[in-house]
Design a protein around this ligand. Sequence first.
Ligand code: DGJ
Length: 419
Amino acid sequence: MKKLYMLLGISAVLCSCTSVDKGVNSTDYVKYNEFNVGKVLLDNNGRMVNAHGAGFIYDNGRYYMFGEHKLGGSLGNKALVGVHCYSSDDLYNWRDEGIALKMSQDPNSPIIVGTILERPKVVYNKKTKKYVMLMHLEERFGDTKKSTKVEDIYKEKANYSAAKIAFAVADKITGPYKFLRSTRINAKKLPVNDAGKLIAVKNQLDNCYYGWDKNYIHSSYQEKIKGHAFWFCYDKGQMSRDMTVFVDDDDKAYVFTSSECNATLHIHELTDDYLDFTGKFVRVLRNQHHEAPAVFKKDGKYFMFSSHCTGWAPNAGRLSVSDSILGEWKEIYNPCRGDGQKKNRTYPDAKADTTFRSQSTYVIKVQGMKDAFIYVGDRWLPDDAIDGRYIFLPVEWENNLPIIKWYDKWDLSIFNKNK
Ligand code: DGJ
């Protein structure tokens, strides 16, 4: 009898394997042992990994990737599905863990389908034992803003004017995440570094303080309202678009975000539970138009990869450094080196001056290896969003500063070779 149960058990396992729709290129056929940079990345079911603008977290011996699930065509630039989660134990092979945060069919939900939701990042809070997801969230506008019909969503013009950050929380890393709220940041608060200057030029105009550099106009942002190009929004709260979250060694967490019409980067401290802001923040790299912040720390120094503001089109990468997280950040250079991607028929311009045709999204700290970091960027394809590719490249060092070189293929042993 015992034997019969065992046999039944085994056949059940076999049946469940064969009945799963694995597609053609499943792990039965494909097992990665290296990064194939910019190539299609298949998950354990043989489907393309769908996690754009991704963030990564290492938890209980596994890496987790959270990113925007995109659809085909330009419709894919709006969120119709949600935040997709994958897990991996080697960073090469990714298991589909499903949709961690689902877009809502409720017309009154801030995450109604069709809303722009970008760059989700998950952090673990040791005190509350909760997983907190932060993301850039916009709002739908116009007559059809409450419609869940795909044809209405498709017709709506993408609108980035809400410029909010949103919070969701879960007990389990893979979710489901419960959406909490979206908000502008730190309304009626002044930054710890520039408070004096802002008060000195204070001019109440549509509830905002205006920037003091009246002559500065960035070509991508000709939002000249009464002659002023960008905004410090005191009453409404600070704008937040491209963002990331960085947890420091003392477990304090900070949001790095493109604020003031993307002109100035803000660093906002989060409360101990990571669910709100303490009110402490700084304005850095003022009027320099940084997007796509990806922050990491080595030997007590803070480093940030970021980009210029050119929409979905790639531009030259940027490295900035600081000795303290809320201190003065200084831009150093474009960290990309070398000739870039050769033999690339589709993208002839995948060179160092376009960050190898990518935009930063995260820097992964490799576990169990000293000073091993991986640059992760998106090769956006806004006309067919789902087909955007992921660029994983090793962070190398030159004169104690990080650089990024192109490799068609590479594996983690590179970090031992470079020692
Ligand atoms: C550049 C940003 O980095 C992306 O996340 C996205 O917001 C696009 N702009 C939209 O044009």
